[in-house]
Design a protein around this ligand. Sequence first.
Ligand SMILES: *Cc1c(COP(=O)(O)O)cnc(C)c1O
Length: 387
Amino acid sequence: MSAFLPYSRPDIGEAEIEAVTATMRSGWLTTGPAAAAFEREFAEYVGSDEGGIHAIAVNSATAGLHLALEALGIGPEDEVIVPTWTFTATAEVIRYLGATPVIVDVDPVTLNIDLDDMAAAVGPRTRAVIVVHLAGLSLDMSRVRSLLAGTEIKIIEDAAHALPSSTGGTMVGSLKYSDVAVFSFYANKTMTTGEGGMITTRDPKVAERARVMRLHGIDRSVFDRYSATTPSWAYDVVAPGFKYNLPDPAAALGRVQLARARDMRDKRASTAGRYLTGLAGLPLTPPHPGAPHDLHSWHLFVVRLTSEAPINRARFIQEMSTAGIGTSVHFIPLHRHSYWREFLGLDHKRYPVAEAAFRAAVSLPIFSRMTDADTQRVIETTRDLLS
Ligand SMILES: *Cc1c(COP(=O)(O)O)cnc(C)c1O
């Protein structure tokens, strides 16, 4: 009997351990030089040599999404459109600000937001949309932008799965067609700082507001305006801010992971390639692999069992677990959670694509440290169960 294979596992090497211990030896445990270096390197990574990108390190993607909406001025009268096929964090941040999420269905091929449904949901109170690059399959952001052309609606990318991802040569996070992108460095994401996240934006006002609100609403530049010589103890509080800064040991870990992000992605892409070949012909719909020249991060590998499958999704998950293989479901759609259903008065029938996908979806193991033998074991077990 082989060891249990989880559906995801972080890839932490000696270089990460050394980088973290070095920060601890430096004596600087909160946000400092490592976080500043991480922000510079991240802006360069997603923006190549174009420049103009502000990267703001935070202690989670949830914090980053909250800061992004706050900096864009979203408030109680506003509506923000989100897809139902996502993690609750995408929508909960809208409620933090007293605004209302408008939850729409997803595309049957990609499971990313359905762009027609998104456009149809725009109303007089719509101030923003948050799109999700599900599993790391980048949405075509130029289409989102053109559908919202002529409006003041802000476009936010929940890029929690999308490092590194690109479409049409544009890296997610480089903001060619959007206002803000937010990445997650949670333990099971494509790179990790344990807990952490990064905001990118080209808007200097959004960047400044997010930086101030990330740390208690403290603004040293405001104080500078009133005093010619600023002593080091002096600061001014301009708003009731939050405590969302990323500590240096986490940032040091992130710098090493960022340098390895492409290599880790290529390893997941190799697993994905083996799955696509090895699972062909089975009664399941494989994930969309993206256009040939696009970069898919392959954070997740979500298959959907078809009606021809000999067992249902619940039984498949149970049998895989018995065979020592971990799986998961990404996601239970928002409209199926009691809070969202009751607060917004949602009806399952409003989401036919997500409903069908939810009954059938299961995430197979994919992570950079998977061996070819691990991948083969998943393929063979899946073939046994579904043939
Ligand atoms: C993980 C995840 C988040 C939240 O990330 P945290 O860093 O844990 O706050 C947000 N959106 C999506 C789609 C996610 O998968």
